[in-house]
Design a protein around this ligand. Structure first.
Ligand SMILES: Cc1ncc(COP(=O)(O)O)c(C=O)c1O
Length: 382
């Protein structure tokens, strides 16, 4: 496409964009069953646009946004049992995970990262970028980390360990207290990836579900990723990295032309809308609002699991959170065929399963359609 010679009329541009937007799938379409992203709350969208022009990369110009970021970090830190935590609002789980490993690499200059097999692929990106070596740890029968294998894999060259609280594929939670003990004994940092689970587990626990501690309650946990743009119901792109101590100083760079003079984030210019959107979501929902959302998502997950079982399709594990992986023959092919029928579920590679994420926008009618018009006929054929 050629770069336009002259500018166009605003209305024409917007008409074109509206037409383009119609060709995209929306969460409201009832067809998206595999995304972990939130349909942001209206209050978050409004907050985002309100702060559209402020850049947190240059915080001296935007003191109100910088203060709001501190409050967001404080509130999420409080939710995750951190007394005094350090943190920043980043662009998502990938940036948060990369930043955690970056800090640890600069602290210790060792090479090996103890990585559960079910860890998100952003850790592979992080290792590649930072010149680190992933040392994969097996998962056990319940698909969480095999502690004995983890112990065997720790060496003098271990930089840090990663645990997952809400795995991408199954939503399972690693035994963080046991991993924390191992790491504390050996003086190793432990990063917990709770990108999805961070805004789910505290509320599941409040409902009385038995889930291991995963946050700063565990002594050995040194940092946590948690994404507002997933179950935090906030706008994209927003992720948070929290650290127990000020490890941010290990990734500080001089930024003499900016008001802050130093910067300790991977991105330079940072969207303040993400901070405002997240602040608004947390203030609007509060603990009780998130609790209600998580309750509804879990009820929908159980409803979906029930339908699957009714059709003779078993879950890989009984769902821990609102992620359901189903044992389906030729799962990859079935997932592709579902896409062709405009049902957007996803494929779970580790367990060769069909994966459904029950986000707040999932409705019973759409789930019934997914099974009756999509999954069941295809599974019967395959
Ligand atoms: C557990 C986990 N960590 C990290 C990520 C990466 O997050 P993002 O896509 O926001 O970079 C994901 C994404 O689904 C995830 O499930």
């Amino acid at each position: 496409m050629k770069f336009p010679e002259k500018g166009l009329d605003k209305a024409k541009i917007l008409d074109e964009l509206k037409a383009n937007q119609k060709r995209n799938w929306s969460f409201g379409s009832g067809r998206i069953f595999g995304s972990m992203c939130a349909m942001p709350l209206e209050v978050s969208i409004r907050a985002y646009t309100l702060f559209i022009e402020s850049n947190l990369g240059n915080p001296g110009l935007y003191p109100a946004t910088a203060e709001m970021e501190k409050k967001v970090v404080g509130m999420v830190g409080d939710l995750l049992h951190g007394k005094k935590v350090y943190g920043k609002v980043l662009s998502g789980g990938t940036e948060a995970n990369i930043s955690a490993l970056w800090m640890y690499r600069n602290m210790a200059r060792r090479k090996e990262v103890i990585l559960p097999l079910h860890a998100h692929f952003s850790f592979k990106k992080a290792c590649d970028l930072l010149g680190l070596k992933p040392v994969f740890v097996k998962v056990g029968g319940d698909y969480t980390v095999d502690i004995a294998d983890m112990k065997r894999k720790i060496s003098d060259n271990t930089l840090c360990a990663v645990a997952v609280a809400g795995s991408t594929e199954l939503g399972v939670v690693d035994p963080v207290p046991e991993i924390g003990e191992i790491c504390a004994e050996r003086n190793l940092p432990l990063h917990v990836d709770a990108a999805f689970g961070g805004f789910v587990i505290p509320f599941l626990k409040a409902c009385g579900r038995k889930i291991p501690d995963f946050d700063f309650l565990v002594k050995g946990v040194t940092s946590i990723t948690v994404d507002p743009h997933k179950m935090g119901q906030s706008v994209m792109p927003s992720g948070i990295l929290l650290t127990r101590e000020n490890y941010w100083k290990y990734i500080e760079f001089s930024a003499p032309y900016l008001t802050s003079e130093i910067q300790s984030t991977l991105l330079g210019t940072r969207a303040s809308g993400a901070v405002a959107g997240t602040y608004a979501a947390i203030k609007y929902l509060g603990f009780s609002g998130y609790l209600e959302i998580v309750r509804r998502c879990m009820a929908m997950t159980e409803f979906t699991c029930g339908i699957a079982k009714h059709h003779g399709i078993e879950p890989v594990v009984e769902p821990v959170m609102n992620i359901l992986a189903l044992r389906v023959k030729n799962a990859r092919k079935v997932v592709k065929a579902l896409h062709a029928r405009q049902f957007f579920v996803s494929y779970g590679e580790l367990t060769d399963s069909l994966r459904i994420v029950l986000m707040p926008y999932a409705g019973k009618k759409q789930i019934r359609e997914l099974f009756e018009e999509g999954i069941v006929p295809l599974v019967q054929k395959s």
